[in-house]
Design a protein around this ligand. Structure first.
Ligand code: ZN
Length: 258
């Protein structure tokens, strides 16, 4: 009888551990992506099995990935937004099963800088990764996406800087999907804030560079576990992962202006 009870407890903790959205699941590392490892061995169906919320990219850096309510969107470099097929490859992503631990209303946050300053006040996320879902009416939003790279793959900074397209929208409803990762994540992922956007009509999105939120609601999901799936590819096994120290800033931060 005791054994059965222990098994039931174990099983329920496993089930609830996953369902409560406490595990961040990541494919590959940011250094691998920066170094040009653009083809992963995992697919979109694998992403869906490990989360219903998150962000990433597709094989060849073919646009920006936004995962919202279990649907995986691809924001192409043309700005077109597609619902992707399950067999599309994924070289880099971070996803989890979202369940809000905390929610509140937001109003008049007129820059990305101000948004980050507000998110910094959530002390529960100081030393833990947190998922943030911010749904609302935006006065303005600026995003970017890059086209699929051709082989031999250039380093990520070169590819993004030389090929990215910028998109701007005014008076748009939509959702910011992203994460805060503490500094100690810097070796594996983008430390700090990283957001992608998808509009309510699913026609606009991308990697977020600037926001002006009129009003909305934020859901915060604090995470406790991390699972990283390294690429199972010959290129990763034999390739170099060395990249410049400031390369990440050039790609991920909003210093790239056209
Ligand atoms: Zn991004």
């Amino acid at each position: 009888m005791k054994k059965i009870l222990v098994m039931v407890l174990l099983f329920s903790s496993l089930v609830f551990g996953i369902e409560s959205g406490e595990r961040l699941y990541q494919i590959s590392t940011i250094d691998a992506l920066l170094a040009g490892h653009y083809d992963g061995d995992k697919t979109v169906s694998h992403i869906k099995a490990n989360g219903n919320f998150g962000l990433g990219t597709f094989n060849g850096i073919d646009g920006e990935m936004v995962v919202d309510d279990g649907i995986v969107y691809q924001v192409k470099s043309t700005g077109e937004v597609l619902r992707v097929k399950d067999d599309l490859g994924v070289p880099f992503a971070a996803v989890h099963f979202f369940k809000a631990d905390f929610s509140e209303k937001l109003k008049d946050i007129n820059s990305y800088k101000k948004l980050k300053a507000l998110l910094d006040t959530y002390e529960q996320c100081k030393n833990y990764p947190c998922g943030f879902k911010i749904e609302g009416d935006f006065n303005y939003i600026k995003t970017r996406s890059a086209p699929k790279a051709t082989k031999p793959y250039p380093p990520l900074v070169k590819h993004i800087v030389e090929t990215q397209n910028f998109f701007k929208a005014k008076n748009i409803k939509g959702t910011l999907i992203g994460y805060y990762l503490p500094k100690y994540f810097a070796k594996f992922n983008v430390a700090g804030y990283h957001f992608h956007f998808i509009s309510e009509d699913k026609k606009f999105g991308g990697h977020v560079l600037e926001v002006d939120l009129n009003n909305g609601k934020i859901d915060l999901d604090k995470l406790y576990d991390l699972d990283i799936a390294l690429l199972k590819t010959k290129e990763f096994e034999k390739g170099t992962l060395k990249v410049g120290e400031d390369d990440l800033d050039k790609v991920e931060k909003d210093i790239i202006k056209k």
